[in-house]
Design a protein around this ligand. Structure first.
Ligand SMILES: C=CC1=C(C)c2cc3[nH]c(cc4nc(cc5[nH]c(cc1n2)c(C)c5CCC(=O)O)C(CCC(=O)O)=C4C)c(C)c3C=C
Ligand SMILES: [Fe+2]
Ligand SMILES: [Fe+2]
Length: 364
């Protein structure tokens, strides 16, 4: 898919022999996972997820059949979970709020460029191809690829960026990761402190930083997600009272394989043994969806109640909080002034770009 120039786009004579540049139109492509919008969408959404080679690394046609099998098996449980949220995922509504807020912020910050956010979901509508088509139809001059995954993983960021580069050749600037940014950390700390205050400021809470899990085999292959989660937690910890106990744990395991440990469920059981109340902080999600609203708010809350934890509080995800939108705008602004470069905020250590996982995203 190629950029089609606007009829009168590009440098042109102004009648006095001077060259006039038409304005830059930057498409900000916001990547996320996507979620089923209705019950009938649950199975095809799950199929798309498990048919991604970044999730199940076996060749076709085997992956196709495995994806059919798993999505059929998981459908009933997943449908029941989405039913608890009114039938579908709120992830698109949440992402739209972020897109709107980021567009407004960028218009305030930069006056000689026109910005438009396009939502590009990996496994459900609006798909990445739809975002690419919409950006081309809007006559974007170039694009900033901004994954709504602060921590880079081959299963999320790389998968989305590869899907984009295989269909669209707009000049791009890519933001590959931003796990330890100060404003992102501050938005998490704000949410944790809010949850704590709203819970009556109980003494010595234990903060469980709960990240979406990943199969251990994927981490062993060099996926940087786990250490980037650790970087995020380190940045947030600095903003919390020093005497608070904090732990990292992993939720949302799927299937029988070994996943990152300890699990969030395990840490809730440990907290019960230690008679510690917890604040659960989703550290790898930037919006509300099934993994927060059902898994954390219903399933783990019920477990905590059964185990008689002194308290169970849950910090909200950054969603469209001004500090988080500010963080996204900073990243966008930096990418704007370095077209074609891969932007990374991974703290200097082993950027994914260094081992080529998302280098294709650098474009021009
Ligand atoms: C932090 C980002 C995410 C990583 C890493 C990730 C890896 C990963 N996920 C699955 C399987 C499922 N994930 C599901 C939902 C889901 N996952 C993420 C984010 C990450 N996944 C989000 C934001 C969501 C919510 C989508 C929504 O409904 O809005 C699901 C569907 C729900 C369910 O059935 O439990 C599955 C399945 C794997 C296998 C994996 C890494 C290999
Ligand atoms: Fe997931
Ligand atoms: Fe990076």
């Amino acid at each position: 898919m190629s950029a089609v120039p606007i009829e009168d786009d590009g440098p042109r004579e102004d009648g006095h022999g001077l060259r006039v540049m038409t304005s830059r139109r930057v498409a900000i492509i916001l990547f996320n996972l996507g979620g089923p919008d209705k019950q009938d969408a649950v199975r095809p959404f799950l199929f798309n997820l498990f048919n991604d080679k970044a999730i199940i690394g076996v060749p076709q046609p085997f992956r196709y059949f495995i994806a059919q099998l798993i999505s059929r098996r998981r459908e009933k449980l997943a449908k029941a979970n989405y039913a608890l949220m009114g039938g579908g995922s709120p992830i698109l509504t949440e992402t739209r709020k972020q897109a709107e807020a980021l567009e407004t912020e960028m218009a305030k910050r930069v006056s000689n460029v026109t910005f438009r956010c396009f939502i590009a979901m990996r496994y459900w509508k609006p798909f990445i191809v739809e975002a690419a088509e919409a950006a081309i139809d809007w006559h974007a001059t170039d694009a900033i690829l901004l994954p709504l995954y602060p921590q880079f993983s081959t299963t999320t960021t790389a998968s989305a960026l590869e899907a984009w580069t295989s269909i669209c050749d707009l000049p791009v600037s890519t933001i590959c990761c931003y796990p330890a940014g100060q404003k992102l950390a501050q938005s998490h700390a704000d949410a944790i402190l809010n949850a704590w205050r709203e819970g009556g400021s109980p003494e010595r809470p234990r903060v469980l930083f709960s990240a979406h899990g990943l199969p251990q085999s994927i981490v062993d292959r060099g996926d940087p997600y786990q250490w980037q989660v650790e970087q995020s937690v380190a940045a947030v910890r600095k903003l919390l009272p020093a005497e608070w106990d904090t732990r990292i744990c992993y939720q949302s395991r799927v299937g029988p394989m070994k996943w990152l440990a300890p699990s969030t469920e395990h840490e809730i059981k440990v907290a019960a043994k230690n008679k510690a109340g917890v604040i659960v902080a989703p550290i790898a999600f930037v919006s509300e969806h099934v993994e927060t609203l059902v898994e954390l708010d219903i399933e783990y809350r019920a477990l905590a109640k059964r185990l008689q934890l002194p308290f169970y509080l849950r910090a909200q995800t950054p969603s469209a909080a001004p500090r988080f939108i500010d963080a996204l705008a900073d990243l966008t602004e930096r990418a704007l002034s370095a077209p074609g470069k891969l932007q990374s905020e991974s703290g200097g250590r082993l950027c994914p770009a260094a081992f080529g996982l998302c280098a294709q995203g650098s474009g021009t």
